[in-house]
Design a protein around this ligand. Structure first.
Ligand code: ADP
Ligand code: MG
Length: 255
């Protein structure tokens, strides 16, 4: 079976603290995988390794047939060149809890930036594409607003448009609704649902159990730096196989 993403034996330390203790998983094209788990279980670190925002000490991450970040020659594991890593980083798109938009650029300019700088598009081409993606997230008429003039939900949708405009093979979402006022969560989840329906492959860390249940084909429960349990959300939420997941679900709200 061929996977878009394959992770084998991923180990990550910060100093002497081992945070990922051997993670194995595979994600198929167009699959939506939700990652749940307590604070500190390694969810963010896992996504950051996939996007090479973190180095890791052992294991392999293979995306669309390419080993990410490292290569092994004559039995020696080496970090790839910065240039190669930058190219590979663009294979995945990432959206974070904090939207990280440039405050001095409009919504459209925020989306255009990567297209002009990394994809070397002309400003006209980039503007056309940016408008298409802003429209896709329901923000065409806000294209010329600055982040400070947009709500948190709108800013997060711009951040998502910026990531998908780069046409990543895989989208990573890290608690993208956690910083939002409750009434703004729905509009962002709606955008993510739309992308899922279009067949975008994605891994999303979320505290929204109901959302994970609705949108994810598979759920991964991170526990202490390893995958504690994984499977179909409907089965897993109804009948957790481990005590830890049962406890976690009890402590999470389904609303
Ligand atoms: N840059 C860092 N330096 C040192 N420790 C870190 C760093 N980032 C995360 N950690 C530690 O790694 C563990 C996992 O963190 P994280 O991946 O952010 O968990 P989660 O996203 O599941 O809450 C935590 O114990 C955290 O304190
Ligand atoms: Mg986190």
């Amino acid at each position: 079976m061929s996977s878009l993403l394959e992770i084998q034996g991923l180990h990550k330390r910060f100093g002497t603290t081992e945070v990922l203790k051997g993670v194995d998983c595979a994600v198929r094209q167009s699959e939506v995988v939700a990652i749940i788990g307590s604070s500190g279980s390694g969810k963010t670190t896992l996504l950051r390794c996939i996007n090479m925002l973190e180095d890791f000490q052992a294991g392999r991450i293979v995306l669309d047939g390419e080993e990410i970040g490292y290569e092994t020659r004559d039995g020696v594991r080496r970090r790839k060149s910065e240039k190669e890593i930058a190219r590979q980083r663009a294979l995945t798109g990432m959206a974070f809890q904090q939207f990280n938009l440039f405050p001095h650029l409009t919504a459209a300019e925020n989306v255009m930036l990567g297209l002009v700088k990394l994809k070397r598009m002309s400003r006209d081409e980039a503007r056309t594409l940016a408008m298409r993606w802003l429209d896709r997230v329901g923000l065409a008429e806000r294209a010329d607003h600055f982040p400070g003039q947009l709500s948190g939900g709108q800013q997060q949708r711009v951040a998502i448009a910026r990531a998908i405009a780069m046409q990543p093979k895989l989208m990573l979402f890290d608690e993208v609704t956690s910083a939002l006022d409750p009434e703004l969560v729905g509009e962002v989840l709606q955008v993510i649902k739309g992308l899922a329906a279009d067949g975008m492959t994605m891994m999303l860390v979320t505290h929204e159990m109901r959302f994970a249940h609705e949108v994810a084909g598979r759920v991964i429960f991170m526990n202490g730096g390893v995958i504690g349990e994984e499977g179909n959300p409907k089965k897993m939420f109804l009948a957790p196989q481990t005590e830890r997941l049962a406890e976690f679900l009890k402590s999470s709200s389904f609303n």
